[in-house]
Design a protein around this ligand. Structure first.
Ligand SMILES: [Fe+2]
Length: 460
């Protein structure tokens, strides 16, 4: 009996020792399925050939330019945008107009107009269409890039177009502080349907318009953007996505819209493609190598990376899918003191400790992530609410690198205050927007590399 108790206590103590990762939230979301809103929920706006699916993104490296994109369903014209400041005369910019075919689908006329030389920190109005079918929108340009410029980003991933997705968007839009959205990939989930029904790209763009027409969304490509379907002879990767969503990749010396960077306020944001080649000598590898050299922390103290497939994920869904990219680039991120990496892909929420796993060399056995003050925090927000449902099967015990995890839908807010501090929060859809289910003061790795209170103090 005594020996059994000793053995039991030993087992228990081992359990405590190995399972002292962070917090697995006790919040349990109702496990109802995620159902797409019907196609009819998002009809074209009224009026002949009315402009629709309006979205904007940053159009240059520093925020003085905006790409305005929209679709006209029937005719290519008018293909220009008028824009103005209140009380000032109107300017006009003409769009590049494209169409594409995907199996038996023909797109509307997709327009991309880049408007340039805007004033910083200024409200602009813009109008699309003409006559009775004119639609008006507005956006505010960011302040000039600088080291102590506050700025607030929303962060969304894996959104789709379910009723849960709708909650995520409504919450994000209701947040009065959000000024731009960092989107970490997997937009419409059109590929969930037979023949990758591209009508779902149209409904998705109409669905998110209430946000994307007014705030720039910074786009990252996920696996659902690949749209590869060799059985119907659709073999061009990212075809609908790249036709519909333009980004300012050439401004950051990139050769592909799938990886690029922007500067916005006090942040330098690097976007990577988990589904493009990144091995040594590839274009993405060489671009990232140079790009990290170009980051100037005296200008942009906050270094943020967006990529779709997470490197640190303790969910059985998509476990280790980001591993090969981590092996390629993690040491660079540590050397460059990346502050935070946002990912999606896993339909759940997770935040890591500051860890790295860069010592491993095949023979030395050093394969356990170690605390590292120069490492990023890795945040997975693949919890936008798409049709594939929640990833609610975490690995057990919770690994030490995992500070907080919860299988709920939601979004995050990154509220940069100055060069040293940013307040980060995660909001589950079931709560009202002011409630943060997870929060953290992030300390800048370059200017204030102190240890944060991550909520789990057992990492050694
Ligand atoms: Fe994904």
């Amino acid at each position: 009996m005594w020996s059994i108790m000793v053995l039991l206590s030993l087992v228990l103590s081992i359990n405590v020792d190995v399972s002292n990762g962070g917090v697995t939230s006790v919040y349990v979301r109702n496990p109802e399925p995620s159902i797409d809103m019907p196609l009819e929920a998002f009809p074209s706006p009224p009026g002949f050939n009315a402009p629709e699916q309006v979205h904007i993104t940053q159009g240059d490296q520093v925020g003085r330019s905006v790409i305005i994109s929209w679709v006209t369903p029937i005719k290519p014209n008018p293909n220009f945008v008028r824009y103005w400041e209140k009380g000032h005369h109107k300017h006009m910019a003409r769009a590049i107009t494209t169409t594409y075919r995907y199996y038996n689908y023909s797109s509307g006329f997709i327009h991309h107009a880049t408007i340039r030389r805007l004033k910083y920190d200024t409200l602009y109005y813009y109008a699309l269409g003409h006559g009775s079918v004119t639609r008006r929108f507005s956006f505010k340009t960011p302040p000039p890039v600088g080291p102590d410029v506050p700025y607030t980003f929303g962060v969304i991933g894996d959104l789709g177009q379910t009723y849960d997705s709708n909650q995520t968007i409504e919450h994000t839009v209701s947040n009065p502080k959000g000024q731009a959205v960092l989107f970490v990939g997997d937009l419409s989930y059109a590929d969930h349907y037979p023949f990758h029904d591209s009508r779902r790209w149209d409904t998705w763009a109409r669905f998110v318009e209430k946000s994307t027409a007014y705030q720039p969304w910074i786009w990252t490509a996920g696996n659902h953007e690949l749209d590869l379907a060799p059985e119907i002879e659709e073999n061009v990767p990212f075809k609908p996505f790249m036709q519909r969503y333009h980004v300012p990749y050439m401004a950051s010396q990139s050769t592909s819209p799938l990886w690029y960077s922007i500067k916005r306020a006090s942040a330098h944001i690097i976007v990577l493609s988990s589904y493009s080649a990144y091995g040594k000598y590839t274009p993405q590898y060489r671009w990232l190598e140079g790009e990290l050299q170009r980051v100037d922390r005296s200008e942009t103290p906050w270094l943020i990376v967006l990529l779709h497939s997470p490197w640190y994920n303790s969910n059985n869904y998509h476990y280790m899918e980001g591993e090969s990219m981590r092996v390629m680039f993690e040491s660079w991120f540590v050397q460059s003191k990346v502050d935070v990496v946002f990912s999606g892909h896993v339909h759940s929420y997770e935040r890591s400790e500051r860890v790295s796993n860069v010592q491993y060399n095949i023979t030395n056995g050093l394969s356990v992530p170690a605390k590292d003050p120069s490492a990023p925090i890795y945040i997975t927000v693949g919890d936008g609410g798409n049709i594939e449902g929640l990833a609610n099967n975490f690995t057990e015990p919770q690994p030490r690198y995992s500070a907080f995890r919860e299988a709920s839908f939601g979004h995050a807010i990154l509220d940069i205050r100055n060069r040293t501090h940013a307040h980060y929060t995660w909001h589950r859809n079931q709560d009202s927007e002011p409630v943060a289910a997870d929060s953290l003061w992030l300390y800048n790795r370059y200017y204030y590399p102190e240890e944060e209170n991550t909520g789990a103090s057992t990492m050694v």
